[in-house]
Design a protein around this ligand. Structure first.
Ligand SMILES: *[C@@H]1O[C@H](CO)[C@@H](O)[C@H](O)[C@H]1NC(C)=O
Ligand SMILES: *[C@@H]1O[C@H](CO)[C@@H](O)[C@H](O)[C@H]1NC(C)=O
Ligand SMILES: *[C@@H]1O[C@H](CO)[C@@H](O)[C@H](O)[C@H]1NC(C)=O
Ligand SMILES: *[C@@H]1O[C@H](CO)[C@@H](O)[C@H](O)[C@H]1NC(C)=O
Ligand SMILES: *[C@@H]1O[C@H](CO)[C@@H](O)[C@H](O)[C@H]1NC(C)=O
Ligand SMILES: *[C@@H]1O[C@H](CO)[C@@H](O)[C@H](O)[C@H]1NC(C)=O
Ligand SMILES: *[C@@H]1O[C@H](CO)[C@@H](O)[C@H](O)[C@H]1NC(C)=O
Ligand SMILES: *[C@@H]1O[C@H](CO)[C@@H](O)[C@H](O)[C@H]1NC(C)=O
Ligand SMILES: *[C@@H]1O[C@H](CO)[C@@H](O)[C@H](O)[C@H]1NC(C)=O
Ligand SMILES: *[C@@H]1O[C@H](CO)[C@@H](O)[C@H](O)[C@H]1NC(C)=O
Ligand SMILES: *[C@@H]1O[C@H](CO)[C@@H](O)[C@H](O)[C@H]1NC(C)=O
Ligand SMILES: *[C@@H]1O[C@H](CO)[C@@H](O)[C@H](O)[C@H]1NC(C)=O
Ligand SMILES: [Cu+2]
Length: 570
């Protein structure tokens, strides 16, 4: 750490000398090399080749201080093109390095490299990075740790040490083949074969006894535990036997501490948790399993790791196991999420927009795409699909950012994403057949620089209602309200929390309910917005917000880097 920090400061000085105003003036500069390559891993009694960064699962951790910049040179030595996304990093004015395939860049072709400039600004806490091409994020992911800036500290006693646990999915087969097959057949993709903690399934699965992840702790110390949900398709309940969790941050923003025995965390979210090793020195299970509120196929298994105290004692004959809520316990999930409030202190203030210029209501639905002769394996012989405001998003083959920036849209996208659902009906009741079939297209919503924006996500009962973790790139946003049933524009806003709403980048929209978010559109760019359940995103539960330039240089998208990966003419 010491050497690395010194290197950073040398580099920061050089960066200041040579890059001048290009980078965040106050922050240090860090450099990372990510080598994407196929690597053999043995899990669940069999060996297979997976795509990794630098041969490890999870990949390397990026550690910075608030306000720093990291240059990450991605060398693609894999078999196909792909991109990397820095989940939750706002990247002020710099959509060029955001990553979603064919939204802000075309894939980095195999055999080439591309350097991302990851610009940190107000984020402090934990974020993560992952591949953003098809289902490659199943194995290409890692943590981002953002420490307090120089001369500042945590809004709680400085922890003695830190630990990161990343929850993930493991598939025995090839994930790229799996999603290609699902999209071609129209049916549900196969569920994963295991969940993993730091790449290990844990000893409830076959052949995993010896490799279960162990977190070594010293009695009496307090740890800052960073939990990241990188799972592909399921929300998670997570707990540690006999240890109390004190949740202090979510999505790299501080919250009022929540003392709890378990958390519910959706794919895309992160939580920072204080854990004190104050139990009799022994071994204790950490466990995580799915929380599912819909009638959908899901992985119903449990991944484990072990908290192991350092010292001399005999290992317990039975390792205590935590009590996790049942997989379908909505009360338990809501009880936890309803407690989350921004810290909203003098050092960590919030600024919720009170004046709203753009009000957008977005219905979220699972749909069907009609197949000729009912030849698909989804419902009614159709293919499964998904939509926002009844539009199922289609990725273009030239990135939207480039088309927008060069001013030659040329049919790449249309700006007609609607402000509200095309039909109004009882979204969360008996929806009939009217909105089962969406329309298809690459429709984006334009937003003026500086506007106060409110988006109400309205869950629907179409085909298969469930919780949808909606994620917005380029921003974090305030969750000012959530509720069950239909959003009512007269009564629902009266329930808003404008005092200490949590500031996040991913919000679980309750099953057959709604969530209202607010933000100021002060980051010009092309920003993907999508469900972080990977199968829903693949089916079209996505759209793009284009935030226009403001009227000064500091309010405009930066010039593109000298090199961007080429878009092939296919
Ligand atoms: C991975 O394993 C396969 C089959 O076991 C083997 O053929 C291949 O050479 C291995 N690759 C590497 C990079 O070790
Ligand atoms: C990375 O890509 C750039 C642009 O194509 C190229 O000039 C450079 O040689 C590459 N560097 C490495 C280390 O591959
Ligand atoms: C941090 O604190 C040190 C010592 O108190 C001081 O010399 C330095 O200027 C401070 N740096 C910043 C960026 O505030
Ligand atoms: C380890 O593996 C054995 C044999 O598969 C199994 O009986 C046992 O329950 C596993 N778990 C532990 C914690 O030993
Ligand atoms: C862990 O908690 C359980 C249930 O509260 C208790 O019975 C057990 O004694 C505890 N184990 C240890 C090692 O403290
Ligand atoms: C999931 O597993 C639990 C027990 O582990 C079981 O009670 C429940 O029925 C299972 N649910 C489904 C949908 O398979
Ligand atoms: C659901 O979880 C809550 C809170 O943990 C608990 O009180 C309740 O008994 C659980 N419900 C069921 C059906 O287990
Ligand atoms: C959440 O659960 C705790 C403990 O079971 C209980 O005291 C509290 O009332 C619950 N809160 C809500 C909002 O349901
Ligand atoms: C992205 O565009 C490229 C062509 O530039 C195309 O080959 C690729 O299939 C597209 N990706 C997706 C996910 O549509
Ligand atoms: C919508 O449908 C639900 C479920 O049938 C029902 O409880 C609710 O009252 C309906 N709402 C309206 C506004 O009709
Ligand atoms: C909805 O569509 C399905 C399949 O096309 C059909 O079987 C069903 O009767 C329709 N229901 C209504 C209420 O129209
Ligand atoms: C909204 O709630 C008000 C007050 O309960 C009610 O009069 C109105 O009909 C509701 N609006 C809709 C669209 O359901
Ligand atoms: Cu979803």
């Amino acid at each position: 750490m010491g050497f690395y920090n010194k290197m950073s400061w040398v580099l920061a000085f050089l960066g200041f000398m040579f890059l001048g105003g290009l980078s965040n003036a106050n922050g240090a500069i860090h450099h990372y090399d990510f080598v994407l390559k196929e690597t053999n891993f043995t899990r669940l009694c069999s060996t297979k080749s997976i795509l990794t960064v630098n041969g490890s699962l999870p990949g390397p951790t990026i550690t910075v201080q608030k306000g720093d910049t990291a240059f990450v040179n991605v060398h693609n030595q894999g078999l196909y093109g792909l991109t990397i996304h820095w989940h939750g990093v706002k990247q002020p004015r710099n959509p060029w390095s955001d990553g979603p395939e064919n939204v802000t860049q075309c894939p980095i072709p195999a055999g080439t490299n591309f350097t991302y400039e990851v610009i940190f600004s107000s984020e402090e806490g934990t974020l993560w990075w992952h591949a953003h091409s098809d289902w490659t994020r199943a194995t290409v992911y890692g943590a981002i740790v953002i420490l307090p800036a120089l001369n500042t500290t945590y809004p709680f006693a400085t922890p003695d040490a830190q630990e990161t646990l990343i929850l993930g999915s493991w598939f025995k087969g090839d994930v790229m083949e799996l999603i290609e097959y699902a999209l071609a057949s129209g049916g549900d993709p196969n569920i994963s074969d295991a969940f993993v903690i730091n790449g290990q399934p844990g000893d409830l699965y076959d052949c995993s006894n010896e490799t279960t992840y162990r977190w070594l702790v010293d009695y009496g110390k307090t740890y800052l535990l960073r939990v990241i949900n990188a799972v592909m398709n399921e929300e998670q309940f997570f707990a540690i036997a006999n240890h109390t969790l004190t949740v202090v941050a979510q999505d790299a923003a501080y919250i009022k501490p929540i003392t709890t025995s378990y958390i519910m965390i959706t794919p895309g979210q992160t939580m920072d948790i204080l854990v004190t090793a104050n139990q009799p020195p022994s071994h204790y299970y950490i466990a995580s399993k799915a929380y599912v509120d819909g009638t959908v196929a899901f992985n119903n298994s449990t991944t484990t790791a072990i908290v192991q105290y350092n010292g001399n004692y005999s290992a317990p004959s039975t390792t205590p196991f935590p009590t996790l809520p049942d997989y379908d316990n909505e009360t338990a999930a809501d009880n936890f999420t309803s407690q989350i409030r921004a810290l909203a202190s003098k050092e960590h203030p919030i600024s919720v927009p009170l004046e709203i210029d753009s009000k957008i209501i977005i219905s979220i639905a699972i749909n069907e795409r009609i197949c000729p002769n009912s030849s698909c394996s989804g419902p009614d012989g159709n293919a499964l699909s998904a939509s926002l405001n009844n539009i199922s998003f289609e990725l273009p083959s030239v990135d939207i950012l480039q088309a927008y920036y060069r001013g030659n849209n040329n049919g790449v996208y249309s700006t007609s994403f609607p402000n509200k659902p095309p039909y109004t009906f009882n979204f969360t009741g008996d929806v009939g057949n009217n909105t089962i079939y969406p329309s298809f297209g690459t429709r984006v919503r334009m937003i003026k620089y500086g506007e106060g924006v409110e988006i109400v996500f309205q869950g629907t009962n179409i085909i298969a209602p469930e919780n949808h973790p909606m994620h917005l790139h380029g921003y974090s946003f305030y969750v000012v309200g959530t509720g069950s049933g239909n959003f009512n524009s007269t009564t629902s806003p009266k329930t808003y929390n404008l005092v200490d709403p949590p500031e996040v980048n991913t919000i679980g929209v309750p099953k057959n309910g709604w969530a209202a978010i607010r933000f100021v559109a002060d980051n010009p760019g092309v920003w993907f917005m999508h469900c972080h359940l990977e199968r829903h995103s693949s089916w079209g539960m996505d759209t793009v917000l284009i935030v226009r330039n403001g009227n000064t240089t500091e309010r405009k998208i930066r010039s593109p880097p000298a090199y961007m990966p080429p878009c092939s003419k296919s």
